[in-house]
Design a binder for this molecule. Structure first.
Ligand code: TYM
Length: 351
């Protein structure tokens, strides 16, 4: 079975972008894959060191995973800090990767851009190394994420490839790895090339206030996003107030070009109803937003209300959530340690 890995940071409220870009896909992938889903608490330190509500944040992401339908008895759900092998491999990757690769990341540029180097943690720069380690410590091959993580996954492939090439002889000597070709180059590979799973009708959910900006936890306007924990009234209000243009919906997907807000709302409808945008427009083409928005409200509320209710119920039982995380952490450590034993061998550490 293919091995799927993905992670979500325990920072701020989960929103519809996290749900459609990540969690809804996590649930669907359980059927035919072996899945590992991680609350990446170490990553949460990169932008802000001290989090007063760290335990509650970790439990709330875990509750969202479970409420959405992830089965922790068949798959692994855990928090990153419980498996120190992630940080160990990240250190090695820090020495494989080049500073220039990290400085080119658009997320790093966005988050550090207006600050001077004295204000930016080294962790924020090295963040993609840890992300690569999260995935590769299990040698996972498939990674469901939103479009904003695409560049980090390309870097993960670059790190895997450089490790495979730099340690090629050692990998062979340790009796590990497989022969593959990367481009035209024959390589003896230990780490696989990960495949991002990004496609779908809405790989990047945009702000409800501005169709050119990503829906984000850090947007100061709460009207810009639908939070998983919003009640039905709040969801309804945010969609009714969502920015649109005055025209009716087009009947073809091409007609959404240059209409980012319309495109976003149609994409959300499509992703929630497991349809394509073309199918949604076949139903709503020619209709005004005064008709489409109420249908969208109904769909959003009926999709998220059960998740929201189950999340609240689970959050009342932190003992259960912690037990899920402990059990997942234990199983994840066994797998991660198997890789790290081999990596230490490849490098030549005495163990
Ligand atoms: P994070 O915690 O910012 O977001 C979690 C997931 O939600 C997706 N997402 C979106 N998708 C569509 N539209 C949006 N507006 C939107 N906003 C967020 C993200 O793409 C992500 O899939 N670096 C990662 C966490 C991470 C990770 C990993 C992911 C750490 N290690 C290993 C995969 C594999 C992050 O900060 O996601």
């Amino acid at each position: 079975k293919p091995l799927v890995f993905s992670g979500v940071q325990p920072t701020g409220n989960l929103h519809l972008g996290n749900y459609l870009g990540a969690i809804k896909k996590f649930v669907a992938l359980q059927e035919n894959n072996d899945c590992i889903y991680c609350v990446v608490d170490l990553h949460a330190l990169t932008a802000q060191l001290v989090h007063e509500d760290m335990p509650a944040q970790i439990r709330s992401i875990t509750a969202a995973f479970l409420a959405a339908g992830i089965d922790p008895s068949k798959h692994i759900v855990f928090n990153q800090s419980a498996v120190p092998q992630h940080a160990e491999l990240a250190w090695i990757f820090n020495c494989v990767a080049r500073i220039g690769w990290m400085e080119r990341m658009t997320q790093f540029k966005d988050k550090s851009g207006s600050k001077n180097a004295e204000q930016v943690s080294l962790g924020l720069l090295a963040y993609p190394s840890l992300m690569a380690a999260d995935i590769l410590v299990y040698r996972a091959t498939h990674v469901p994420v939103g479009d904003d993580q695409k560049q980090h996954l390309e870097l993960t492939r670059d790190i895997a490839q450089k490790f495979n090439i730099d340690f090629g002889g050692h990998i062979r000597k340790a009796g590990l790895g497989v022969d593959v070709t990367v481009g035209d180059e024959p390589v003896h590979a230990y780490f696989p090339m990960v495949e991002p799973l990004i496609d779908g009708p809405a790989p990047r959910i945009m702000s409800l206030r501005d169709g050119t900006k990503k829906m984000s936890k850090s947007d100061p306007s709460d009207l810009s996003r639908i939070n998983l924990m919003d009640d039905s009234d709040a969801m309804s209000k945010k969609i009714r107030k969502a920015k649109t243009d005055p025209d009716a919906l087009p009947s073809e997907v091409e007609g959404l070009k240059g209409r980012p807000e319309a495109d976003n709302l149609v994409g959300i409808f499509a992703a929630l109803s497991d349809k394509t945008k073309a199918e949604v427009l076949r139903e709503f083409g020619g209709q005004q937003f005064s008709v489409f928005k109420p249908a969208l409200v109904e769909l959003v509320v009926s999709s998220l209300a059960p998740v929201n209710g189950e999340m609240r119920r689970l959050m009342d039982d932190p003992g259960y959530i912690d037990a899920v995380l402990r059990d997942g952490g234990k199983r994840a450590r066994v797998r991660a340690e198997k890789t790290m034993k081999e990596v230490r061998d490849i490098i030549g550490f005495v163990q």
